[in-house]
Design a protein around this ligand. Structure first.
Ligand SMILES: NC(=O)c1ccc[n+]([C@@H]2O[C@H](COP(=O)([O-])OP(=O)(O)OC[C@H]3O[C@@H](n4cnc5c(N)ncnc54)[C@H](OP(=O)(O)O)[C@@H]3O)[C@@H](O)[C@H]2O)c1
Length: 241
């Protein structure tokens, strides 16, 4: 058996730091990204795969390849997400009138459907005993915690991601032994995603990707496997769904 960890979105701000943190702790890492800036400084411990677009078919092909090579994933982290995209264009809505059909479709496509497809396919290659699967969500995806409003597409698509993860956890728990599925809020992290929205963030609440990656790995190691699905933040505190 060939036990490894896997990061989807490995050239994003948090994804790249996660790959580095996993290498640091001695893991063999599978790094999946769309191929922007594949990091050629990554050592031998990293196997990288380019997936130009994360379609059902492309993800299935990659998972088949891993399956044929008897790869078993002990930890998978899906970091895929967008908050803004000037080219598309997608930007967080401030008021109802800002809601845009195409922007909503884009939010759901990247923030909910792509991670959902990974949940679907990854089960075939996860370790049978005590695997961990983390999706980078956000606190604004919490329905019960929504006090400020706004950001319709991002909030709704992260809430949908949470539901996909929670629902998948029921089936993962039936098919694998003590799996852990985690919806993770990393706090505000200094990456391209948060860059236009950092103005009002106190300096001590704007985290580096390196800090974020270490916090995530530390917290998931302490979670109770009697409960298959958790929604937690960067401090390891429970976020209410
Ligand atoms: N930064 C924050 O303050 C913050 C706060 C709360 C939650 N989060 C969540 O954390 C996650 C990582 O964000 P980040 O801060 O690291 O942002 P980032 O640097 O912009 O990274 C975004 C990630 O999403 C992937 N991605 C974007 N569009 C995609 C598409 N169309 N198809 C496939 N993959 C796509 C990218 O993958 P490639 O490697 O292939 O480019 C990249 O890994 C996101 O889910 C975000 O919602 C971030």
């Amino acid at each position: 058996m060939n036990r490894q960890t896997l990061v989807v979105g490995a050239t994003g701000g948090i994804g790249k730091a996660l790959v580095a943190a996993l290498i640091e702790r001695g893991d063999k890492v599978i790094a999946v990204s769309r191929g922007r800036d594949i990091d050629d400084t990554w050592p031998e411990a990293v196997t990288s795969y380019r997936l130009k677009s994360h379609t059902d078919e492309n993800i299935a092909t990659l998972i088949n390849h891993l399956h044929q090579n008897k790869v078993k994933i002990s930890l998978a982290v899906v970091t895929t997400g967008i908050l803004h995209d000037e080219d598309y264009p997608v930007a967080p809505e401030k008021r109802l009138e800002d809601i845009d059909e195409n922007a909503l479709l884009r939010y759901f496509a990247v923030n909910s459907i792509i991670p959902g497809l990974w949940l679907k396919h990854l089960i075939r290659v996860m370790d049978k005993g005590q695997p961990t699967l983390v999706c980078l969500s956000a606190r604004v995806g919490s329905i019960s915690d929504n006090k400020l409003g706004g950001w319709y597409g991002y909030r709704a698509s992260k809430a949908a991601l949470n539901m996909l993860l929670k629902t998948a956890s029921v089936e993962y728990a039936r098919r694998l032994r003590q799996p852990l599925l985690v919806s993770y809020h990393p706090g505000t992290v200094d990456t391209a995603l948060s860059h236009p929205f950092q103005r009002n963030v106190k300096p001590d609440k704007l985290f580096t990707p390196t800090f974020t990656a270490r916090q995530l790995l530390q917290h998931i190691a302490t979670l109770d496997r009697q409960q298959p699905c958790h929604y937690i933040d960067w401090e390891g505190k429970v976020v209410t769904w």
